[in-house]
Design a protein around this ligand. Structure first.
Ligand code: SIN
Ligand code: MN
Length: 194
C-alpha cells in the first residue's frame, strides 16, 4: 500500500516510535549458533518482542539488555492493524528494525509465531529500501520492489510464508527522520504471536 501514511502521519508516528525507543534502546542482536552480529539494530514495542541471540529466535516480554518490559504500541499502529490486517485480535509485538546506510536483512520467513495465519503488517519510515520477496522455498524465484517512507506492506495468506528480506538501503532518499537517525530507515512489523 504505497503512501499509506501522509507525511504528517509519518512524522507523528516516527516521533512516537523514537520517543518510545528512549525507554527500549536499539541494540544489535546476534545470530543463533554463530553469534555473528546482525547489520540492523533492533528493539520492540508491545507486550512481546522478537529477539535473536545464541540461544535462538523467540519472543520475550522484556528487553534483553535493560530487562524492562517493552514500551506500549502507539495508538496509530493499533489503528493500522485494525484497518489492514483483517485479523480479529490486536497485534502482540512490533519489531522495530533500524537500518543504517549499509544494513541489510537476509532472506527469511517469519516463522517464530504460533499464530501462523495472522498477517504481518509492515510500515516503512525514512530512507527507501529494496525489499525482496520470493516463495515458500528458499530457492524459489524472487522479485523486488522499492519501499518508501509511509508505505505499508501486508504479508497475509500465501505471502505470509514467503521468504523476504532487504537487499539495500538508499541513503539520503528521505528527510523524515531526525538528523541523528540519518541516513537510515526504520521498519515496523506488527505481529500476532499467540
Ligand atoms: C522484516 O522482515 O522483519 C523487515 C522487513 C523490512 O524491513 O521491510
Ligand atoms: Mn520478516
Amino acid at each position: 500500500m504505497p503512501g499509506y501514511f501522509s507525511p504528517a502521519d509519518q512524522r507523528a508516528l516516527a516521533g512516537a516510535v523514537i520517543a518510545a525507543l528512549a525507554d527500549a534502546p536499539p541494540y544489535r542482536p546476534s545470530m543463533p549458533r554463530t553469534g555473528a552480529p546482525l547489520s540492523v539494530t533492533m528493539s520492540n514495542l508491545g507486550p512481546l518482542g522478537w529477539i535473536s541471540d545464541r540461544d535462538g529466535y523467540r519472543y520475550e516480554p522484556v528487553h534483553p539488555v535493560t530487562g524492562r518490559p517493552w514500551p506500549p504500541l502507539p495508538e496509530a499502529l493499533l489503528t493500522l492493524w485494525d484497518a489492514v490486517s483483517g485479523w480479529p485480535q490486536p497485534p502482540q509485538a512490533c519489531l522495530v528494525n533500524i537500518y543504517g546506510a549499509d544494513s541489510r536483512l537476509g532472506l527469511h520467513v517469519d516463522a517464530d509465531e504460533d499464530a501462523r495465519d495472522a498477517p504481518v503488517v509492515s510500515v516503512s519510515l525514512g530512507d527507501r529500501a529494496r525489499f525482496r520477496i520470493g516463495g515458500p522455498r528458499r530457492n524459489d524465484p524472487t522479485g523486488s520492489l522499492v519501499l518508501s517512507s509511509g508505505d505499508v506492506v501486508v504479508l497475509a495468506g500465501a505471502s505470509r510464508r514467503c521468504h523476504h528480506g532487504v537487499d539495500r538501503i538508499y541513503p539520503g532518499t528521505s528527510s523524515l527522520l531526525p538528523a541523528a537517525w540519518r541516513p537510515g530507515r526504520i521498519n515496523l512489523t506488527l505481529r500476532r504471536v499467540r
